[in-house]
Design a protein around this ligand. Structure first.
Ligand SMILES: *Cc1c(COP(=O)(O)O)cnc(C)c1O
Length: 301
Protein backbone atom coordinates (compact mmCIF):
# COMPACT_ATOMS: atom_id res chain seq x y z
CA UNK A 1 0.00 0.00 0.00
CA UNK A 2 1.30 3.43 -0.88
CA UNK A 3 1.81 6.00 1.84
CA UNK A 4 0.26 9.42 1.77
CA UNK A 5 3.71 10.87 1.48
CA UNK A 6 3.27 9.90 -2.17
CA UNK A 7 0.53 12.48 -2.41
CA UNK A 8 3.05 15.24 -2.96
CA UNK A 9 2.48 17.56 -5.85
CA UNK A 10 3.39 15.72 -9.04
CA UNK A 11 5.66 17.24 -11.63
CA UNK A 12 3.34 18.48 -14.35
CA UNK A 13 4.59 19.76 -17.70
CA UNK A 14 3.42 22.93 -19.39
CA UNK A 15 3.34 22.30 -23.12
CA UNK A 16 3.46 25.02 -25.75
CA UNK A 17 0.78 24.54 -28.40
CA UNK A 18 1.94 26.13 -31.63
CA UNK A 19 -1.12 26.62 -33.77
CA UNK A 20 -1.28 28.82 -36.86
CA UNK A 21 -5.01 29.46 -36.31
CA UNK A 22 -4.30 31.06 -32.96
CA UNK A 23 -1.11 32.80 -34.02
CA UNK A 24 -3.09 34.54 -36.74
CA UNK A 25 -5.31 35.94 -34.00
CA UNK A 26 -2.26 37.04 -32.00
CA UNK A 27 -2.78 34.46 -29.29
CA UNK A 28 -0.27 32.07 -27.82
CA UNK A 29 -1.50 28.94 -26.08
CA UNK A 30 0.11 26.55 -23.62
CA UNK A 31 -1.44 23.65 -21.76
CA UNK A 32 -0.92 22.56 -18.19
CA UNK A 33 -1.03 18.79 -18.67
CA UNK A 34 -2.93 17.62 -15.58
CA UNK A 35 -3.76 14.53 -17.63
CA UNK A 36 -0.17 13.51 -16.86
CA UNK A 37 -0.52 14.05 -13.09
CA UNK A 38 -0.75 10.36 -12.34
CA UNK A 39 -1.04 7.23 -14.51
CA UNK A 40 -4.29 6.10 -12.81
CA UNK A 41 -5.67 9.03 -10.83
CA UNK A 42 -6.11 11.37 -13.75
CA UNK A 43 -6.14 15.12 -13.91
CA UNK A 44 -8.03 17.39 -11.58
CA UNK A 45 -9.48 14.32 -9.82
CA UNK A 46 -6.08 13.68 -8.25
CA UNK A 47 -6.29 17.13 -6.67
CA UNK A 48 -9.95 16.73 -5.68
CA UNK A 49 -9.33 13.40 -3.99
CA UNK A 50 -6.18 14.29 -2.08
CA UNK A 51 -7.71 16.08 0.91
CA UNK A 52 -10.75 13.80 0.92
CA UNK A 53 -8.51 10.79 1.42
CA UNK A 54 -6.53 12.60 4.10
CA UNK A 55 -9.77 13.57 5.84
CA UNK A 56 -11.16 10.02 5.63
CA UNK A 57 -8.00 8.72 7.20
CA UNK A 58 -8.18 11.34 9.98
CA UNK A 59 -11.74 10.23 10.67
CA UNK A 60 -10.64 6.61 10.78
CA UNK A 61 -12.86 5.62 7.86
CA UNK A 62 -11.70 2.75 5.68
CA UNK A 63 -14.50 2.89 3.11
CA UNK A 64 -15.04 5.68 0.58
CA UNK A 65 -18.41 6.04 -1.14
CA UNK A 66 -19.27 8.33 -4.02
CA UNK A 67 -21.58 8.81 -6.98
CA UNK A 68 -21.27 9.04 -10.73
CA UNK A 69 -22.45 8.15 -14.21
CA UNK A 70 -21.32 5.20 -16.31
CA UNK A 71 -18.28 7.09 -17.72
CA UNK A 72 -17.33 8.93 -14.56
CA UNK A 73 -13.74 10.21 -14.42
CA UNK A 74 -14.32 10.73 -10.73
CA UNK A 75 -15.32 7.13 -9.89
CA UNK A 76 -12.57 5.75 -12.12
CA UNK A 77 -9.99 7.85 -10.25
CA UNK A 78 -11.54 7.08 -6.86
CA UNK A 79 -11.33 3.33 -7.47
CA UNK A 80 -7.65 3.65 -8.37
CA UNK A 81 -6.90 5.89 -5.38
CA UNK A 82 -8.69 3.54 -2.99
CA UNK A 83 -6.74 0.62 -4.36
CA UNK A 84 -3.45 2.45 -4.06
CA UNK A 85 -3.99 3.90 -0.57
CA UNK A 86 -5.82 1.00 1.06
CA UNK A 87 -9.47 2.07 1.16
CA UNK A 88 -12.51 0.06 0.14
CA UNK A 89 -14.51 1.96 -2.44
CA UNK A 90 -18.20 1.97 -3.35
CA UNK A 91 -19.42 3.61 -6.52
CA UNK A 92 -23.12 4.46 -6.60
CA UNK A 93 -24.11 4.54 -10.26
CA UNK A 94 -26.92 6.60 -11.75
CA UNK A 95 -29.44 4.39 -13.54
CA UNK A 96 -28.62 0.84 -14.49
CA UNK A 97 -25.30 -0.94 -14.70
CA UNK A 98 -24.46 -1.64 -18.33
CA UNK A 99 -24.27 -5.34 -19.01
CA UNK A 100 -21.56 -6.19 -19.82
CA UNK A 101 -19.81 -3.41 -17.92
CA UNK A 102 -18.18 -0.74 -20.05
CA UNK A 103 -14.39 -0.32 -19.93
CA UNK A 104 -14.51 2.51 -17.40
CA UNK A 105 -16.64 0.59 -14.89
CA UNK A 106 -14.79 -2.66 -15.52
CA UNK A 107 -11.49 -0.99 -14.63
CA UNK A 108 -13.10 0.46 -11.49
CA UNK A 109 -14.23 -3.02 -10.49
CA UNK A 110 -10.79 -4.43 -11.30
CA UNK A 111 -9.36 -1.84 -8.91
CA UNK A 112 -11.66 -3.22 -6.22
CA UNK A 113 -14.62 -0.85 -6.41
CA UNK A 114 -18.01 -2.21 -5.48
CA UNK A 115 -20.68 -0.85 -7.84
CA UNK A 116 -24.23 -0.24 -6.75
CA UNK A 117 -26.87 1.08 -9.16
CA UNK A 118 -29.78 3.24 -8.04
CA UNK A 119 -32.73 4.43 -10.12
CA UNK A 120 -32.29 7.85 -11.73
CA UNK A 121 -35.14 9.35 -9.74
CA UNK A 122 -33.75 8.55 -6.30
CA UNK A 123 -30.21 9.29 -7.54
CA UNK A 124 -31.24 12.83 -8.39
CA UNK A 125 -32.61 13.41 -4.93
CA UNK A 126 -29.57 11.97 -3.07
CA UNK A 127 -31.59 12.72 0.06
CA UNK A 128 -31.27 11.59 3.65
CA UNK A 129 -33.51 8.64 2.93
CA UNK A 130 -31.13 7.36 0.29
CA UNK A 131 -28.10 7.93 2.52
CA UNK A 132 -29.80 6.05 5.34
CA UNK A 133 -30.40 3.16 2.96
CA UNK A 134 -26.76 3.21 1.87
CA UNK A 135 -25.67 3.20 5.51
CA UNK A 136 -27.88 0.23 6.26
CA UNK A 137 -26.50 -1.60 3.28
CA UNK A 138 -22.82 -0.73 3.53
CA UNK A 139 -22.23 0.36 7.14
CA UNK A 140 -20.21 3.45 7.84
CA UNK A 141 -18.31 5.22 5.08
CA UNK A 142 -16.69 8.52 4.18
CA UNK A 143 -18.95 10.22 1.68
CA UNK A 144 -17.48 12.13 -1.25
CA UNK A 145 -20.06 14.05 -3.29
CA UNK A 146 -20.40 13.36 -7.01
CA UNK A 147 -17.41 14.75 -8.89
CA UNK A 148 -15.50 15.36 -5.64
CA UNK A 149 -17.49 18.56 -5.20
CA UNK A 150 -16.77 19.53 -1.61
CA UNK A 151 -14.46 21.84 0.30
CA UNK A 152 -11.72 19.20 0.49
CA UNK A 153 -11.95 18.85 -3.27
CA UNK A 154 -11.57 22.58 -3.79
CA UNK A 155 -8.67 22.76 -1.33
CA UNK A 156 -6.71 20.27 -3.41
CA UNK A 157 -7.38 22.31 -6.54
CA UNK A 158 -6.11 25.40 -4.74
CA UNK A 159 -2.66 23.81 -5.15
CA UNK A 160 -2.90 23.91 -8.96
CA UNK A 161 -1.81 27.56 -9.39
CA UNK A 162 1.52 26.76 -7.71
CA UNK A 163 2.26 24.79 -10.89
CA UNK A 164 2.23 27.96 -13.01
CA UNK A 165 2.99 30.72 -10.53
CA UNK A 166 6.49 31.36 -11.90
CA UNK A 167 5.40 31.45 -15.54
CA UNK A 168 4.21 34.44 -17.49
CA UNK A 169 0.70 34.16 -18.83
CA UNK A 170 -2.12 36.66 -19.17
CA UNK A 171 -5.03 34.32 -18.62
CA UNK A 172 -5.77 30.82 -17.34
CA UNK A 173 -8.72 28.80 -18.66
CA UNK A 174 -10.46 25.66 -17.49
CA UNK A 175 -13.50 23.53 -18.26
CA UNK A 176 -16.11 23.41 -15.51
CA UNK A 177 -18.67 20.81 -14.48
CA UNK A 178 -19.51 21.36 -10.82
CA UNK A 179 -17.20 24.41 -10.61
CA UNK A 180 -15.25 22.94 -7.67
CA UNK A 181 -11.92 23.00 -9.49
CA UNK A 182 -12.61 26.56 -10.61
CA UNK A 183 -13.34 27.70 -7.05
CA UNK A 184 -10.14 26.10 -5.78
CA UNK A 185 -7.97 27.53 -8.55
CA UNK A 186 -9.57 30.99 -8.20
CA UNK A 187 -8.83 31.01 -4.48
CA UNK A 188 -5.07 31.06 -5.03
CA UNK A 189 -4.46 32.12 -8.64
CA UNK A 190 -2.69 35.40 -9.17
CA UNK A 191 -3.72 35.33 -12.83
CA UNK A 192 -7.27 35.97 -14.07
CA UNK A 193 -9.21 32.83 -14.95
CA UNK A 194 -11.86 32.12 -17.54
CA UNK A 195 -14.07 29.08 -17.10
CA UNK A 196 -16.06 27.24 -19.74
CA UNK A 197 -19.33 25.80 -18.49
CA UNK A 198 -19.98 22.38 -20.05
CA UNK A 199 -23.61 22.20 -18.91
CA UNK A 200 -26.57 24.02 -20.34
CA UNK A 201 -28.14 26.97 -18.52
CA UNK A 202 -27.48 30.64 -19.05
CA UNK A 203 -25.36 32.04 -16.24
CA UNK A 204 -25.86 28.82 -14.30
CA UNK A 205 -22.28 28.09 -13.35
CA UNK A 206 -21.30 31.63 -12.55
CA UNK A 207 -24.07 31.67 -9.93
CA UNK A 208 -23.01 28.22 -8.76
CA UNK A 209 -19.39 29.33 -8.37
CA UNK A 210 -20.55 32.20 -6.16
CA UNK A 211 -22.58 29.71 -4.07
CA UNK A 212 -19.65 27.33 -3.73
CA UNK A 213 -17.27 30.13 -2.79
CA UNK A 214 -19.58 31.00 0.10
CA UNK A 215 -20.23 27.38 1.03
CA UNK A 216 -16.53 26.43 1.01
CA UNK A 217 -15.45 29.76 2.48
CA UNK A 218 -12.95 30.18 -0.36
CA UNK A 219 -13.17 33.58 -2.00
CA UNK A 220 -11.44 34.46 -5.26
CA UNK A 221 -7.94 35.84 -5.29
CA UNK A 222 -8.21 36.94 -8.93
CA UNK A 223 -10.59 38.24 -11.58
CA UNK A 224 -12.77 35.48 -12.94
CA UNK A 225 -15.37 34.98 -15.62
CA UNK A 226 -17.49 32.06 -16.71
CA UNK A 227 -18.45 31.54 -20.34
CA UNK A 228 -21.69 29.64 -20.97
CA UNK A 229 -21.67 29.58 -24.79
CA UNK A 230 -19.87 26.33 -25.59
CA UNK A 231 -21.83 23.55 -23.88
CA UNK A 232 -22.99 22.03 -27.20
CA UNK A 233 -26.45 21.25 -25.88
CA UNK A 234 -25.52 20.10 -22.39
CA UNK A 235 -23.43 17.77 -20.30
CA UNK A 236 -21.76 15.05 -22.41
CA UNK A 237 -23.55 16.32 -25.51
CA UNK A 238 -21.49 16.82 -28.64
CA UNK A 239 -21.98 17.37 -32.35
CA UNK A 240 -19.89 16.47 -35.37
CA UNK A 241 -18.26 19.89 -35.37
CA UNK A 242 -16.95 19.44 -31.83
CA UNK A 243 -15.78 15.90 -32.55
CA UNK A 244 -13.96 16.90 -35.71
CA UNK A 245 -12.33 19.81 -33.85
CA UNK A 246 -11.22 17.29 -31.22
CA UNK A 247 -9.66 14.85 -33.65
CA UNK A 248 -7.97 17.64 -35.60
CA UNK A 249 -6.48 19.12 -32.41
CA UNK A 250 -5.27 15.72 -31.24
CA UNK A 251 -3.57 14.91 -34.52
CA UNK A 252 -1.99 18.37 -34.80
CA UNK A 253 -0.68 18.51 -31.26
CA UNK A 254 -0.55 14.96 -29.93
CA UNK A 255 -2.54 15.90 -26.83
CA UNK A 256 -5.45 13.58 -26.03
CA UNK A 257 -8.81 15.26 -25.41
CA UNK A 258 -12.34 14.16 -24.63
CA UNK A 259 -15.60 15.76 -25.77
CA UNK A 260 -17.15 16.31 -22.32
CA UNK A 261 -14.72 18.92 -20.96
CA UNK A 262 -11.36 19.67 -22.57
CA UNK A 263 -12.55 19.80 -26.18
CA UNK A 264 -15.34 22.23 -25.28
CA UNK A 265 -12.90 24.56 -23.53
CA UNK A 266 -10.46 24.52 -26.44
CA UNK A 267 -13.23 24.93 -29.01
CA UNK A 268 -14.32 27.96 -27.00
CA UNK A 269 -10.82 29.45 -26.98
CA UNK A 270 -10.48 29.02 -30.75
CA UNK A 271 -13.95 30.45 -31.40
CA UNK A 272 -13.40 33.46 -29.13
CA UNK A 273 -10.00 34.12 -30.69
CA UNK A 274 -11.84 34.89 -33.93
CA UNK A 275 -13.89 37.57 -32.22
CA UNK A 276 -11.99 40.77 -32.41
CA UNK A 277 -11.22 42.28 -29.00
CA UNK A 278 -12.39 39.38 -26.88
CA UNK A 279 -8.85 38.53 -25.81
CA UNK A 280 -6.36 41.35 -25.27
CA UNK A 281 -3.67 41.93 -27.92
CA UNK A 282 -0.90 39.29 -27.87
CA UNK A 283 -2.71 37.39 -25.16
CA UNK A 284 -0.83 34.46 -23.73
CA UNK A 285 -3.22 31.77 -22.49
CA UNK A 286 -2.55 28.83 -20.21
CA UNK A 287 -5.32 26.24 -20.67
CA UNK A 288 -5.59 23.70 -17.88
CA UNK A 289 -6.04 20.22 -19.27
CA UNK A 290 -8.43 18.65 -16.76
CA UNK A 291 -7.25 15.11 -17.55
CA UNK A 292 -9.93 12.44 -17.19
CA UNK A 293 -10.35 10.79 -20.60
CA UNK A 294 -13.17 8.38 -19.69
CA UNK A 295 -15.73 10.46 -21.59
CA UNK A 296 -13.78 9.83 -24.77
CA UNK A 297 -14.38 6.10 -24.45
CA UNK A 298 -18.11 6.74 -24.20
CA UNK A 299 -18.04 8.41 -27.62
CA UNK A 300 -16.00 5.74 -29.38
CA UNK A 301 -14.11 8.39 -31.35
C1 LIG B 1 -14.27 16.35 -13.56
C2 LIG B 1 -13.66 17.09 -14.69
C3 LIG B 1 -13.85 18.47 -14.87
C4 LIG B 1 -14.79 19.28 -14.03
O1 LIG B 1 -14.35 19.62 -12.78
P1 LIG B 1 -15.30 20.41 -11.79
O2 LIG B 1 -14.48 20.61 -10.59
O3 LIG B 1 -16.48 19.52 -11.51
O4 LIG B 1 -15.76 21.66 -12.44
C5 LIG B 1 -13.19 19.09 -15.93
N1 LIG B 1 -12.41 18.40 -16.78
C6 LIG B 1 -12.21 17.08 -16.64
C7 LIG B 1 -11.39 16.37 -17.64
C8 LIG B 1 -12.83 16.38 -15.60
O5 LIG B 1 -12.63 15.04 -15.48
Amino acid sequence: MAEFADFTLPNIPIQVVNDPDLEEAGISLSMLRLDLAHPLISGNKWFKLKHNLLQARREGQSTLLSFGGAWSNHLHALAAAGNLYGFSTIGVIRGELPDPLNLCLQEAVDAGMHLYAVPRSSYRAKDTEMLAELNTRFGSFYLIPEGGANRQGALGCAEIPSLYVHKRFDLVTLACGTGTTFVGVASTSSLPILGFQVLRGQGYLSREVANLQAQFDLSANCDWRMNDQFHFGGYAKADSELLSFLTKFESRHGIPLEPVYSAKMLYGIYALSKKRDFFPQNCSILAIHGGGLQGRRGFKI
